[in-house]
Design a protein around this ligand. Structure first.
Ligand SMILES: [Zn+2]
Length: 328
């Protein structure tokens, strides 16, 4: 018996497509008949729900940013090429998503990270539209909990006119993270990159000053949500373990920026790491923990909606996306 491959070689398959097109043209007449809906040419708001026990988590896509390979100083071209090919990525600037997560504990609406607003152009700043698609009014958010203070996580705290985008929410942040970034004296002698980050960070704290709640280390932030110190990428970079019954989900922030690189090569730090060595150690420890304990994760830069498991693969790790949950 002929194998499937023999019967449907690549060449025959391609030729078959041509034949089908010709038949299609014959049956339906001219090839330029318009579809009954126009090509939309723009993306839909990104909002996907998932369950953690009785808690509902909604992944919200703020959009995407691009990273250049030179941002990974420890990478080498041959290995990068191999990893790019394995992940079907083109060379050059690689798009990565920017995700935030809305946690409804039943008692409280908690937003973990706030997206980038429009400060970096039209590919980001879509979190408000995603939130609207999810049927949530920013006024109803009780807490905005930060993984860390970088623009793609904090710029969305403010409206374009500088007011609180979540007017009734407290702001929850690791104290050491707050103190590191909310320090105007650091502007003197700061590198251009650090100056730009501080210039964006400092004004975002002010409108929330009276509603800011500092946390320290590992603690219960709210019932069902515990902070997990994952310091390194920034001094107070923090994950959050969402738990209900036997279900858990680790919201791990920026443990990886480009999964295709940093899961395979956990030593490849990104240039934005405040402490690269600590970031590498934290990444390795976290990957080991979630693999050993089979903990589901969501990530700010994992492919949207950002949920899955991590498994060992060769000398590194690999992301296994979670299935879409059609009913909750
Ligand atoms: Zn980030």
């Amino acid at each position: 018996m002929q194998s499937f491959d023999a019967r449907l070689s690549r060449r025959a398959f391609t030729a078959g497509i041509g034949a089908a097109t010709t038949i299609g043209s014959g049956l339906f007449g001219a090839t330029n008949v318009a579809a009954k809906a126009p090509i939309a040419g723009k993306q839909l708001p990104g909002a996907v729900r998932m369950k953690v026990g009785s808690i509902e988590v909604t992944a919200l896509c703020d959009g995407f940013t691009r990273v250049q390979e030179k941002l990974f100083p420890k990478s080498n071209e041959a290995r990068a090429k191999e990893l790019r090919a394995a992940a079907f990525l083109r060379p050059g600037e690689i798009p990565i998503p920017v995700n935030a997560f809305l946690v409804n504990t039943g008692d409280k609406l908690v937003l973990i990270d706030a997206g980038n607003a429009l400060n970096y152009g039209p590919t980001m700043g879509h979190l408000p539209a995603a939130m609207k698609a999810a049927g949530v009014d920013p006024k109803d958010v009780d807490s905005v909990v930060l993984t860390h203070v970088h623009p793609d996580h904090t710029n969305g705290l403010l409206t374009p006119t500088g007011e609180r985008a979540f007017p009734n929410a407290e702001l929850v942040i690791q104290k050491r993270e707050h103190d590191f970034w909310n320090d105007p004296s650091k502007l003197n002698g700061a590198s251009p990159v650090m100056k730009r980050l501080l210039d964006m960070a400092i004004p975002t704290f002010k409108p929330y000053a009276k509603q800011t709640r500092m946390i320290e280390g590992a603690t219960e932030v709210l019932p069902g949500i515990r902070s997990v110190p994952l310091f390194g990428h920034t001094p107070g970079h923090t994950g959050y373990m969402v738990s209900s019954g036997k279900d858990t989900l680790l919201v791990w922030g920026d443990i990886v920026h480009l999964a295709a690189f940093q899961l395979a090569e956990p030593e490849w730090s990104i240039a934005y790491d405040v402490s690269p060595d600590a970031a590498i150690a934290t990444r390795k420890r976290t990957l080991d923990m979630v693999t050993t304990d089979r903990i589901a994760v969501v990530g700010a830069h994992l492919p949207f909606p950002g949920k899955g498991h991590i498994v060992k693969a060769g000398s590194g790790y690999q992301f296994v996306p979670a299935h879409f949950e059609p009913s909750l």
